[in-house]
Design a protein around this ligand. Sequence first.
Ligand SMILES: O=C(O)c1cc(=O)[nH]c(=O)n1[C@@H]1O[C@H](COP(=O)(O)O)[C@@H](O)[C@H]1O
Length: 295
Amino acid sequence: MTTRPPFIHQWQEAAERNNSALCVGLDPEPSRFPAPWTNDPLRLFDFCAAIVDATADLVCAYKPQIAYFAALGAEGQLEQLIAHIRKVAPGVPVILDAKRGDIGATAEQYAREAFVRFNADALTLSPYMGFDSVEPYLRFPERGLFVLCRTSNPGGADLQTLPLVASNASSATGASAHLGDELLFERVARLAALDWNRHGQNGLVAGATNPADIERIRAVAPEAPLLIPGIGAQGGDLAATVRAARGNFLINASRSVLYASNGRDFVDAARREARRLRDAINQEVHAASTAPNAP
Ligand SMILES: O=C(O)c1cc(=O)[nH]c(=O)n1[C@@H]1O[C@H](COP(=O)(O)O)[C@@H](O)[C@H]1O
């Protein structure tokens, strides 16, 4: 493992240098590659490297999704890609999207995979198994951790928006009591960003498809870094998201940038879309900060 500067510093410096809150997600899907690479699993690296080369001055982070590589037995190409990012965009941090979550002993291995094997600067994690499943990652205090809080997918509401209820054992009726209307994702926000955040390295994942819930997260965790997917292919509302998030966020876009064109011009099209989105985010940040009721 080579020593890396703290994720938070790298992210903030890249954001400032490139005037960007945009994170490009690297989710390579060979069936969507342009000819002659279409359906060729040996081209994951070439495709993603071309995207990185075209966007390195427009982003504050890259987020490779491990499943796209592992499903094809192509973790070697992921290692190659991270090495390439280090070379052509040395100040841009890599967030490995793996959404890990398991008992402590297994989590230790996942932490080694992310931070030693792949030498990622940050990782996405599931909070579902509780503190001891997150603790092994805290042993890498300079790396960032983004804990799933309110996810962007439709099924995110199946569990995450449930109100927490305490069973009141002392009650003669055995009735349950609501815990002040706290929702499950708000408890996750509080635990991950405050109670579990021993070294100040924890952030939260909050989807742009639910800006009202981002506002609720901010009420609990006003300072936490937010990784926000859901803009672009998933149809999230950029203006409402930026207003709700109130700074200290990265907005991820994967498919809308990677596959802006499926022709020979895919590199130019990806660059155009990344620049358009970076500028649109900046415009919304400006509009939010100059709105009459801005904080
Ligand atoms: O953790 C994530 O990155 C993530 C969380 C979430 O709630 N929703 C979500 O879409 N993601 C990831 O963000 C990316 C979104 O991709 P696009 O919809 O193509 O921009 C994918 O890699 C997802 O796995």
